[in-house]
Design a protein around this ligand. Structure first.
Ligand SMILES: [Zn+2]
Ligand SMILES: [Zn+2]
Ligand SMILES: [Zn+2]
Length: 134
């Protein structure tokens, strides 16, 4: 359901024509940076059968949220390991992550956190693993 909210948010800049390119470009640029970071992260090896991403229903799910960062922040906003199986593709996870950020301060996105769309466990970009079927 949250994901649908996010889709609304992404399509809403269309009402402000001048901003369309800006918003698109920003998201695209972020997705590239997101993918580059994830490519450097640890991979998650699994024997599970991967279902289609529940965001786009087109690509097989290929990311898993696991805490790998050494974030030790207390006060309830530290990263935790998500117990959900792989449900999202990298692009959808990147879009989700972007949609949870402060849209007026894109410079903070790379160091910010988001929560798993399902279990709400908190993660940062270092905690997004690419899934590698065994
Ligand atoms: Zn997807
Ligand atoms: Zn989760
Ligand atoms: Zn983290």
């Amino acid at each position: 359901m949250d994901f649908r909210d996010f889709e609304d948010k992404v399509s809403c800049p269309i009402t402000v024509l001048q901003n369309v390119t800006f918003h698109r470009t920003l998201l695209d640029r972020f997705l590239v940076a997101f993918q580059e970071q994830v490519a450097k992260n640890a991979v998650y090896v699994t024997t599970e059968e991967l279902e289609l991403c529940i965001g786009c229903m087109q690509t097989p799910a290929n990311v898993k949220l696991q805490k790998y960062c050494d974030d030790l922040t207390v006060q309830g906003d530290s990263c935790t390991t998500c117990s959900c199986r792989p449900l999202w593709c990298l692009t959808c996870m990147g879009k989700w992550f972007a949609s949870r950020q402060d849209q007026n301060h894109p410079e903070t996105w790379m160091s910010s956190k988001a929560t798993c769309p399902l279990c709400r466990s908190r993660f940062c970009m270092l905690d997004v693993s690419q899934v590698q079927p065994m």
